[in-house]
Design a protein around this ligand. Structure first.
Ligand code: HPA
Length: 347
């Protein structure tokens, strides 16, 4: 295997000069720099990152642990993380904790044992083992999408966190449906224990309150954040004596389950029942009717998580912070509006 010493010998310079050219650590005269690059090319030299890590105690790698990677929302996050990491010269190690607390702690330990410089994790509904591990080993970490209340000594969060705004956009879906005359608006909510679920529920409730509608607990069901759970939960809503005339779904996967259940009951959207969805996805405008949805900034969330992690690595002792990114209302026709503009302001 070609070494830096081979490159130095071939270019007629010192090993230190080769290192400065390759790592950009000091300016090098243009003709010397070119001689080094030519030797690198000619000898087929590639950087030995393991050797470099032994010297710098950094691996320039980030560990990413997100469940449901096949979900388009998390795929977008992954794309954002990957692009931002690459731009900063970091590589990625990816793990799927399968939303299982024990597995989550284990995969984060594995990433840490590979000596990633920091981790980005979307925590499960029971993240205690994960948080204890991160805290005990002082692992630089950014929590993504789901917030935890791990209060630090100052009462604030103990970890940097990056997520979408959940409550206001959900409230907006409810007030939009109420503005169209609906009085019985159901919510198919996600898995209990996730902050995304509780924040969307609180948005649902504040939307009802804002519209002057009473909260009726029978209209709120949990779909476990997944399609099959949402299908069952929708069945329960439809079997009520007075079923809802409009539904809000808590995420994209649950929207699929809700549509299955409505189809099985022969209900058409929006004539028989109106539908507004949290989470947009690439083919939401191919459904008939086209789905009115809240679009989360998945790529931006992923990229921001990387930036926050890099800031943490540069300044390990600065206070933790929570970054919340806004969502967009994508106004289509499943809500019952005849031909709304794509991102029009709902009534
Ligand atoms: N959080 C936020 N949005 C989502 C999720 C989630 O876990 N799943 C699908 N959309």
């Amino acid at each position: 295997m070609t070494t830096m010493a081979d490159v130095a010998r071939s270019a007629g310079v010192s090993v230190a000069t080769v290192s400065h050219v390759l790592n950009g650590t000091r300016p090098v005269l243009p003709h010397t720099r070119q001689a080094v690059l030519d030797a690198v090319e000619e000898l087929g030299y590639t950087t030995n990152t393991l050797a470099r890590s032994l010297v710098t105690a950094r691996t320039r790698s980030i560990g990413l642990a997100v469940s449901a990677i096949s979900n388009p929302y998390f795929t977008e996050i992954l794309q954002g993380v990957e692009a931002a990491a690459l731009e900063a010269g970091y590589s990625l190690l990816i793990a799927d904790p399968h939303d299982d607390p024990e597995h989550e702690r284990k995969v984060v330990q594995l990433l840490h044992e590979r000596r990633v410089d920091g981790v980005i994790v979307a925590p499960s509904a029971d993240p205690h083992g994960l948080l204890a591990y991160l805290g005990r080993h002082d692992v630089p970490a950014v929590l993504l999408d789901r917030l935890v209340d791990g209060a630090g000594t100052d009462g604030g969060p103990r970890f940097d966190q990056v997520c979408a705004d959940n409550a206001d956009p959900t409230s907006r879906l409810v007030t939009h449906l109420a503005g169209l005359g609906h009085r019985r608006i159901g919510l198919v909510a996600g898995r209990p224990g996730l902050s995304t679920t509780s924040e969307r529920i609180s948005g649902y409730r504040s939307g009802l309150a804002f519209a002057g509608l009473a909260y009726d607990g029978r209209l709120l069901v949990h779909g476990d954040s997944e399609s099959a759970g949402a299908e069952q939960a929708t069945e329960a809503l439809l079997s009520l004596g007075e079923p809802p005339t409009a539904l809000v779904t808590g995420n994209n996967a649950m929207t699929i389950g809700v549509l299955r259940a409505l189809g099985a009951h022969g209900l058409s959207v929006p004539d028989d029942i109106a539908l507004c969805c949290f989470d947009d996805f690439a083919w939401a405008d191919l459904f008939s009717p086209r789905l009115t949805a809240i679009a989360q900034p998945g790529r931006d969330i992923g990229a921001r998580a990387v930036h926050v992690l890099l800031e943490r690595l540069a300044e390990p002792h600065r206070p933790a912070r929570t970054v919340r990114l806004p969502c967009a209302f994508v106004h289509r026709t499943s809500c019952g509006c005849p031909s709304p503009s794509e991102e029009g302001t709902p009534s």
